[in-house]
Design a protein around this ligand. Structure first.
Ligand code: ZN
Length: 410
């Protein structure tokens, strides 16, 4: 039923280090994971140094790597991925920024970088979307909560500009400056500065903000861009591998990675990228997407956030909950699905940050050389037959098992 199809499950920030309060186990080792252990038993296992040994991967570069897009060639920055993640389609030469709706004082200081965690910005986005400055179209897309994206579309632009966001409160919005001496960077900085001023003017007069003030809420009277970068123009996943593909994720970054590769983005109600995310619905949506796609990239976010909170017990509990919904994936493997389960990087609770510790990897399905590993833990998989791999090895391993690799030589 699933012959010739593959699914990649990435559990963000899954890897960890031994935790004293968990009896010296990692959260993954401590968690109750009969489904993952069963997949490890039937599969081949190993440890993955996603971006190479001694590299602490960001989630963006890690996912590009695992999907076979070497960041050294294909990574321009976070802005375009976030913009794609909120559903914006980017053209060659576009420059994209992440933005926050923020609250400014009359004196020009940022009072709240998240505008009271405003939740519905649709009307505000519509009011500032489509402003034209010096022949450049400034498009704004709505993100979750206070988040948005800005895409500049026009001739002669550059991603080499600084942030308008001071990244702290009680300061003014920064004047965006060119990072190099090119006329394109100077022009882009001028456009962003003019856009920020125009947006502040429009938002300051917007009736929704008048109502927020009346209701005692901080107005979302500024839009503050950061992380501007050039559209990386990724080659299509389908062209690269001959596989039609879809992404199922709650977080914008992961939808963005998929969309930039030309994957179909499957929206799942209840997929929040938070510990309360409806993981069972995501698994069901991912399996359903395999009916008309060859490859599905499925992403679970919350183990990473719990690691960054230093919450080892919560991380173990989330992993237990995630394992509980994986039964249908194990059934699909019995029905011919090729499945890889891994993480993009470790997020040790002791560090509250990403680390270079390698992450566990299982590949299971038709044709795998089953090894002796019978549990899915950072230490257990080290004995597996995949040994130590890097992120760029994952897609070739899957393509080999799918019978899609060209012959090298004659
Ligand atoms: Zn990550």
């Amino acid at each position: 039923m699933y012959e010739g199809k593959a699914l990649l499950l990435v559990m963000d920030g899954l890897g960890d280090r031994p935790v004293a309060s968990l009896g010296g186990l990692t959260p993954l080792e401590y968690a109750t994971t009969p489904n993952l252990d069963g997949l490890a038993t039937g599969g081949e296992c190993g440890l993955m140094h996603t971006c190479g040994r001694g590299v602490r991967p960001g989630s963006d570069t890690a996912h590009l790597t695992i999907l076979g897009y070497d960041p050294a060639t294909f990574y321009t920055g976070r802005g375009p991925i976030e913009a794609a993640g909120v559903g914006m389609v980017l053209s060659p030469g576009d420059i994209a920024f992440r933005c926050n709706f923020a609250t400014m004082t009359a004196g020009g200081r940022i009072l709240d970088r998240r505008a009271g965690r405003i939740s519905d910005t649709a009307e505000l986005v519509a009011a500032v979307d489509g402003i034209a400055i010096d022949g450049v179209l400034c498009r704004v897309g709505q993100g979750s909560g206070h988040r948005a994206a800005l895409v500049l579309h026009g001739e002669g632009l550059s991603g080499a500009v600084t942030d308008a966001d001071p990244h702290r409160e009680d300061e003014g919005i920064l004047t965006v400056r060119p990072k190099d001496g090119s006329p394109e960077a100077a022009r882009t900085a001028d456009v962003v500065n003019a856009f920020v001023a125009r947006a502040m003017d429009v938002l300051g007069k917007h009736p929704l903000n008048a109502q927020r003030k009346k209701d005692g809420l901080p107005p979302a009277n500024a839009l503050v861009p950061r992380g501007g970068d050039l559209n990386p123009c990724l080659p299509a996943f389908r062209g690269r591998y001959g596989l039609s593909a879809a992404v199922v994720a709650g977080g914008g970054l992961y939808k963005g990675v998929g969309r930039l590769m030309g994957m179909d983005v499957v929206e799942v109600p209840g997929a929040t990228a938070l510990p309360n995310s409806d993981l069972a619905a995501k698994v069901a949506a991912a399996l359903a997407a395999l009916s008309d796609h060859d490859f599905v990239f499925l992403h679970f976010k919350a183990a990473d956030s719990l690691g960054e909170d230093g919450n080892a017990g919560g991380k173990a509990a989330f992993i237990t909950m995630a394992d509980f919904v994986l039964g249908p994936l194990a059934d699909a493997v019995r029905d011919g699905l090729l499945l890889a389960v891994t993480a993009d990087h470790s997020t040790p609770c002791a560090l509250k940050a990403h680390s270079a510790d390698p992450v566990p990897l299982i590949i299971t399905g038709p044709g795998v050389r089953t090894d002796a590993v019978a549990s899915f833990g950072e230490r257990a998989v080290a004995a597996g037959c995949l040994g130590h791999v890097t992120g760029v090895d994952v897609m070739p391993e899957l393509l080999n098992l799918l019978g899609r690799l060209p012959l090298y030589g004659a």
